[in-house]
Design a protein around this ligand. Structure first.
Ligand code: ATP
Ligand code: MG
Length: 572
């Protein structure tokens, strides 16, 4: 493509409202433009990248034996009533009514529609297993759309759904999908990990997530360096305390701690280590107005996913705000503690083995020291509600875990019969009996992958596309073409040659000054750059640079360029 034909507007300045580097660079490079919160236009260069990702995903899904179909984005409410999710799904579901006041939703996912297809189309076990997939636009009215297309409201997903007579068959397809996903992310050139996951609202048993590793990732994953243990921290069990609770040695004393609220402030003020104190967090109980106290050791972090799964606690977790705490409990959040607190106490196992600890006294500016369970307060439940931390023992006993941040780009679930049971999806089994089928589902965030790839592949000058995702492989940069016919001619010849070789080539024929042209080239991140300038043409040569090794250039003879590029690029 000729850049003169592409109305490309790049931005020199970093857009102020873009928090993460991928969002900043996608806006600066003109890949996307925002239409409204969480809604993005994919501009021509950006769309080319999306198509690259789709192609690889499609090739690997086809190779795995899955079959492509396409379901409507808009779905009738009746199906969601059948599965029970019309009531359950909450405000993320965009609900619509047509001119006859019939209710619909814009699909955030397609379990209901595919199960409806399956119950109509699949009659016999002989048709199983089958794995249907589509690449389709989803809408989720995310509470906090952010990071551009990373957490958008409208986005493109590849979703697949498999149907089986029994769980052994599901296991096989699940494993085939895991391998297909590995091939997809390998081919995309991304550094990723797959981890055991929490199957969240979709329900079901076994589930794995695929994460692209990046510091800006919203998820935390923990993994062992000695084994293949890897999990989303949401579902990684924290180690049980090694030793029982020591006997009390101190009396409970109230001390003034004016203006000290956080664990760090109080610890510094009293000269006690944070791990010798507890913190108290207030969340909603299952009944509307009820509150529950979560108690953790001072140096530990709450694991919201684990807490939300406990009986008696509202899921998803809902924190009481400062005003409600003051009104109902009479002090600021930072002054709370378990002593004489008239709420159910859910105490993390590590906090439950402390003795002589420090906590808030439920009065502003006062803390208690020498507090002991049994004598001064009693846990209603001892549970695991904290994160497994970097350096702690791996749940599989293989040594310490490391923790890293990840961007969830794929998710595979074993659904079991959750949807097939609710929607009565059966086939005739070999004995001639109707049997409820077993299902799996498998998602990949196509558009999120584009942002995740940039998080992992960029420098201070711009994007560095992995080869497989680059919108173009080669960028031809003629210098002074308006003044030098030789430059112009060579650029045109090379442009034609490259395209004949099947190499996707972008010709910068806009006549920009070299500095501006190169700055844009760096921003756009096309892997292979060829500079055609009067200086090197004198020696019948061209200058070549790879975007990754920006500062190293090589001179290549003009008539050797095709071969040179051919060795470095696989043609389409
Ligand atoms: P998250 O925890 O990030 O909200 P999810 O668990 O809701 O993800 P799934 O329902 O498993 O996501 O959807 C499959 C894939 O779709 C995800 O792995 C992710 O890559 C992508 N995805 C989900 N929500 C969004 C979104 N708001 N914007 C872009 N991609 C998304
Ligand atoms: Mg989500």
């Amino acid at each position: 493509m000729r850049l003169s034909r592409l109305p490309l507007t790049t931005l020199k300045e970093t857009p102020a409202d873009a928090e993460v580097v991928s969002h900043q660079l996608m806006l600066r490079a003109g890949l996307i433009r925002m239409l409204a919160a969480g809604l993005y236009n994919w501009m021509p260069l950006g769309l080319k990248v999306v198509r690259k990702v789709e192609t690889i995903v499609r090739e690997e899904m086809d190779r795995s034996g899955a079959v492509e179909l396409l379901m409507p984005a808009v779905q009738p409410a009746e199906l969601w009533r059948e599965s029970g999710r019309w009531e359950q799904y909450g405000p993320e579901l965009l609900r619509l009514a047509d001119r006859h006041q019939r209710e619909f939703c814009f699909g955030p996912t397609h379990e209901e529609v595919i199960t409806d297809i399956a119950r109509r189309e699949l009659k016999s076990y002989r048709q199983l297993p089958v794995n249907y997939y589509q690449i389709q636009t989803k809408f989720r009215d995310e509470i906090r759309p952010r990071f551009g297309v990373m957490r958008a409201r409208e986005f493109v997903m590849k979703d697949a759904y498999s149907f089986h007579l029994d769980s052994a068959s599901l296991d096989e397809t699940y494993e085939a999908m895991r391998l297909a996903y590995c091939r997809i992310f390998d081919r995309l050139g991304l550094d990723y990990r797959y981890v055991r996951a929490d199957s969240g609202a979709i329900g079901g048993a076994l589930s794995h997530e695929f994460h692209v590793l990046a510091d800006s990732g919203e998820d935390e994953i923990v993994y062992s360096e000695q084994s293949d243990y890897a999990a989303n921290v949401e579902q990684a069990p924290a180690p049980a305390p090694q030793s029982p609770r020591p006997a009390p040695t101190q009396e409970i004393i109230e001390v003034d701690t004016p203006g000290q609220h956080t664990i760090e402030e109080v610890s510094r003020f009293l000269g006690t280590p944070p791990e010798q104190s507890v913190k108290t967090l207030i969340v909603r109980g299952e009944e509307d107005s009820s509150l529950v106290a979560l108690i953790l050791r001072g140096d530990h972090r709450l694991n919201a996913a684990k807490a939300a799964k406990l009986d008696g606690i509202r899921s998803p977790l809902y924190f009481a705000d400062e005003a409600e705490v003051r009104e109902k409990l009479g002090c600021p959040v930072g002054s709370l503690g378990p002593v004489d607190l008239d709420l159910p106490l859910y105490v993390d196992a590590s906090a439950a083995v402390l003795s002589d600890f420090v906590c808030g006294a439920n009065r502003e500016g006062v803390h208690c020291t020498g507090v002991n369970w049994g004598r001064d307060a009693n846990p209603d439940q001892v549970c695991d509600i904290r994160n497994l931390e970097d350096g702690e023992p791996s749940p599989d006993g293989s040594g310490p875990v490391r923790s890293a941040r990840g961007i969830e780009v794929g998710h595979i679930f074993q659904l079991g019969d959750k949807y097939s049971q609710a929607m009565d999806c059966t086939v005739l089994d070999p004995d001639g009996k109707q049997r409820i089928v077993t299902m799996g589902c498998y998602g990949i965030g196509i558009t999120r992958i584009v942002a995740a790839a940039i998080e992992q592949n960029h420098d201070e000058h711009g994007i560095i596309w992995p080869d497989a995702m680059a919108p173009f492989s080669v960028l031809l940069c003629p210098i002074g073409a308006d003044r030098d016919a030789a430059v112009r001619d060579v650029a045109e010849i090379l442009y034609r040659q490259c395209r004949e070789l099947g190499i996707e080539t972008l010709l910068d024929d806009r006549g920009l000054r070299p500095g501006v042209m190169f700055a844009e080239a760096d921003l756009l991140g096309i892997p292979h750059r060829v500079v055609i300038s009067p200086r090197t043409l004198e020696q019948e040569k061209l200058e070549y640079r790879h975007r990754r090794g920006r500062d190293e250039s090589e001179e290549v003879p003009i008539n050797g360029l095709a071969e040179f590029l051919g060795e470095r690029i696989t043609p389409r």
